[in-house]
Design a protein around this ligand. Structure first.
Ligand code: 5GP
Ligand code: ZN
Length: 112
């Protein structure tokens, strides 16, 4: 999986601005932030998308790390959005499962 950008970030072969880590996941700042706080939570193991998760264990760990990082970055009280884009219609551009945590401003709904 050497061509996978998030696997390379997990391995440390590509630099990232890391903000958190747990047993199964890392969290780092998105390179092209869409909000004042824009974090990606990524499983250390490669899964192509939400559709490939075998069960809820890693997914749960991603959610918990996202929540922890949101708290540490001070967006818990005002709120934030957790997003998993999946496949073509979901707007997924990196084929390594990831959770977006977006906050620091009021976000519009619906997303379009
Ligand atoms: P998707 O569109 O697949 O839901 O989200 C992929 C996200 O990964 C995008 O927001 C994009 O800016 C981010 N991204 C792509 N390549 C890199 C990278 O090399 N480093 C970081 N930190 N973020 C990246
Ligand atoms: Zn990968």
């Amino acid at each position: 999986m050497s061509e996978c950008v998030f696997c390379s970030i997990v391995k440390g072969d590509i630099e990232s601005d890391k903000v958190g880590e747990s047993e199964h996941c890392i969290a780092f700042r998105d390179i092209s932030p869409q909000a004042p706080v824009h974090i990606l939570v990524v499983p250390k193991k490669h899964f192509r998308s939400m559709n490939d998760m075998p069960d809820g264990s890693v997914l749960g760990a991603m959610g918990m790390l996202g929540r922890q990082v949101a708290k540490e970055l001070g967006i818990t009280e005002k709120g934030y959005r957790a997003v998993i884009n999946t496949g073509e219609h979901g707007g997924q551009t990196v084929e390594h499962m990831h959770l977006h945590i977006l906050g620091g401003r009021a976000l519009k709904w619906p997303p379009g």
